[in-house]
Design a protein around this ligand. Structure first.
Ligand code: VGL
Ligand code: ZN
Length: 204
């Protein structure tokens, strides 16, 4: 049994002063830092968009929260966020970066968004996270990060689909709740998929 800790998008733009601030996003940092000490393998994903990305409302002259169809799938439009090589895209300063063995960038294709840390939303390309975990002998993954109802959710659903025993550490996550109830629905959907939701105190 080898386990890995996955840190999803713990970046400035998802923390309180960021452009897509997740309420209480920075509160997960001490939880994640202390959790990391119990893991042999820690990986991180980073939302890493080029300017003018398809997921930005500004790219289309539309409002945040509007939807468009792009590449045959529905795309929710967000404020500009996690633009490559900007402050907002950096990992949150309080995060203990020494524990991170490898970083996987996602959302780099200007035309395709990527919520999951494993695949883009059209499932065309892999980030390499799946093969990295497999080659490292990992069979169970513990997921933390931002945001519960977006990237954490899709990362957990893909992990379960790929056959990893999948845990989401709830006090190591915070959600956007763009529509109130999204976080609750996300947890219900993850549980349906066989994902275990637990508290950091329960991680063995
Ligand atoms: C995310 C919205 C847009 C996330 C990324 O990391 O949860 N949410 N891009
Ligand atoms: Zn994004």
């Amino acid at each position: 049994m080898k386990k890995a800790l996955i840190l999803v998008d713990i970046q400035n733009d998802f923390c309180p002063r960021g452009s897509l601030a997740v309420p209480g996003g920075d509160e997960i940092i001490p939880v994640v830092n202390s959790l990391g000490t119990g893991f042999e393998l820690v990986v991180a994903t980073m939302d890493w968009h080029p300017p003018g990305h398809v997921s930005f409302a500004s790219t289309h002259g539309k409002n945040v929260g509007d939807t468009i169809v792009a590449g045959g799938i529905t795309q929710v439009l967000w404020p500009d966020h996690c633009v490559q090589n900007t402050w907002g895209a950096r990992l949150a300063p309080g995060l203990d970066q020494k524990m991170i063995h490898r970083i996987f960038q996602k959302g780099t294709d200007p035309e395709i968004d990527s919520y999951s840390g494993f695949f883009d939303n059209q499932r065309k390309k892999s980030t390499g996270l799946d093969s990295y975990l497999r080659n490292s002998g990992v069979n169970s993954v513990y997921i933390t990060g931002l945001a519960t109802d977006v990237c954490v959710k899709f990362t957990a659903l893909d992990a379960a689909d790929l056959g990893f025993e999948t845990f989401v550490v709830s006090d190591g996550c915070r959600g956007v709740d763009l529509n109130p109830g999204d976080v609750q629905k996300a947890y219900a959907r993850m549980k349906d998929k066989g994902v275990t939701i637990l508290d950091s105190g329960e991680v063995k």
